[in-house]
Design a protein around this ligand. Structure first.
Ligand SMILES: Cc1ncc(COP(=O)(O)O)c(C=O)c1O
Length: 442
């Protein structure tokens, strides 16, 4: 069957996500190998965004595929009321690699589910209703997770009540009009103010992506996360760290909060936990939370049919072993330096680049119409389709490189196994593609 047949068939029978159905024109992908995927016409495409920032160990990893096959031959499913070797081993492995005293996991099937569990656990543990999150954030599409989310995808979603949004840590466009370091990190201090105004006795926790992902790769100053930890402690609120996108080596450390030596109370993860070979997520909790649920009077009131799924757990375990055996996180840190240099050079050459920011192999290239005024190309809530950012991605794709984008930012996040040669190839295509945006600048 031809490429057009599959694309048309899928469009007819399967919803395209987060898109106007009539505008969705998917490319048919048929195979993957390392940092590349191949489409139905046989074109090899460098995956410069790890699909949805999740194919961290690249495509076609033999060890993970073997682990999946072996587990499938033994046991594909067990009710979560049973124990299985893969779930036990994955739980133990996560406790070994997670920061601080995170020690016990709820094992689920994706990032939104991990955050749903985080919300419920925080509320059960603190017996407080409210959660603070930020505007430029994405935490998942389900009712609780979309309520935490502040980005435009919240339109058409009436999520759960009890969420209070805080201003973003976005130095390039500081919500307080200030400049670091003279700003005194007002954005984090304001979270303290919010909790005080809401009433600390009502706030269960603060949920943040340690580096904001799809909403622009926003990297906080070094003081931000340690100060947020203090603010949470002072107000008896939990620090809930959403590492769904940043976890598992993406930023050059196994978990992003390790950059600042911060230990959260709850950490949600997904994506890189299984390198996206199967849908997996996890919600890890600190010792004090685990001990709370060890008390005979405290029921852990949460579960799903596919919790602790043996196939998912076996694949995650094999993926984490790959990170460790092949020193993939170390490669991400090393290649991150190469990427920083290449993107820095592109920023100098292209007037449409407003700012380049990131860590490890997690980079955002924010495009602007006017570098002086920082006038954006695309307004946040206005539908301007197809816009210049999407055109840059399309130009890169014409050159055989896949680069995802969101609002005004191109997201550069290749698999963590990327080599210097692959980074050069991607950066070269990006440079050529940026010419389209340069032409639209003032
Ligand atoms: C930070 C963050 N949290 C949660 C999610 C939701 O994960 P999922 O799409 O697996 O439900 C995402 C997805 O992109 C994410 O980036």
């Amino acid at each position: 069957m031809s490429k057009v047949d599959y694309a048309e068939m899928e469009k007819k029978y399967v919803y395209g996500t987060w898109t106007y159905q009539n505008k969705w024109n998917p490319r048919v992908i048929v195979s993957g190998d390392g940092c590349y995927v191949t489409d139905a016409d046989g074109n090899r495409i460098l995956d410069f965004s790890s699909q949805l920032m999740c194919s961290n160990i690249g495509h076609g990893n033999r060890a993970v595929i073997d682990a999946m096959t072996e587990q499938a031959k033994k046991l594909c499913f067990a009710s979560p009321s049973f124990a299985t070797p893969p779930a036990a081993l994955l739980g133990k492995k996560l406790a070994e690699i997670a920061p601080g005293d995170l020690c016990k996991s709820y094992l689920t099937i994706g990032g939104a589910e991990a955050n749903e569990a985080a919300i419920k656990i925080a509320r059960m543990y603190t017996r407080k209703p409210k959660l603070v999150s930020r505007y430029r954030s994405y935490h998942g599409a389900s009712s609780g997770a979309i309520a935490l989310t502040g980005d435009p995808r919240t339109q058409n979603a009436v999520g759960m009540p009890g969420v209070v949004r805080a201003p973003d840590c976005y130095c390039y466009r500081c919500p307080f009009g200030k400049t670091y370091p003279g700003c005194g990190i007002t954005c984090v201090e304001y979270i303290d103010e919010i909790i005080k105004l809401e009433g600390p006795h009502t706030v269960a926790g603060v949920v943040v992506e340690p580096i904001v992902g799809s909403n622009g790769i926003l990297v906080p100053p070094d003081e931000y996360m340690p100060r947020l930890r203090e603010i949470c402690d002072e107000n008896e609120a939990l620090l809930i760290d959403d590492e769904v996108m940043t976890g598992f080596g993406r930023t050059g450390k196994m978990f992003c909060v390790e950059h600042w030596g911060v230990s959260p109370d709850i950490m949600s993860m997904a994506k890189g936990i299984s390198g996206a070979y199967l849908p997996v997520g996890a919600t890890m909790t600190s010792r004090k939370i685990a001990e709370y649920f060890d008390q005979p009077e405290n029921n852990f009131s949460h579960g799903q049919t596919y919790a602790n799924h043996p196939m998912c757990c076996a694949v995650s375990l094999a993926t984490i072993e790959e990170y460790q055996k092949k020193r993939i996180v170390e490669n991400a840190a090393r290649m991150g330096k190469v990427m920083e240099k290449r993107l820095g050079e592109l920023a100098e050459e292209h007037r449409s680049v407003g700012e380049v920011r990131g860590k490890g192999l997690f980079w955002g290239v924010e495009l602007v119409r006017d570098r002086e005024t920082k006038e954006p190309f695309v307004a946040r809530h206005v539908k301007a389709d197809p816009n210049i950012i999407q055109r840059v991605s399309a130009e890169a794709m014409k050159r055989g490189v896949y680069i995802s984008n969101f609002i005004n930012t191109l997201i550069i996040a290749p698999p963590l196994i990327a080599t210097e040669k692959e980074i050069d190839e991607g950066a070269r295509a990006l440079g050529e593609a940026l010419v389209a945006a340069d032409k639209e600048t003032r």
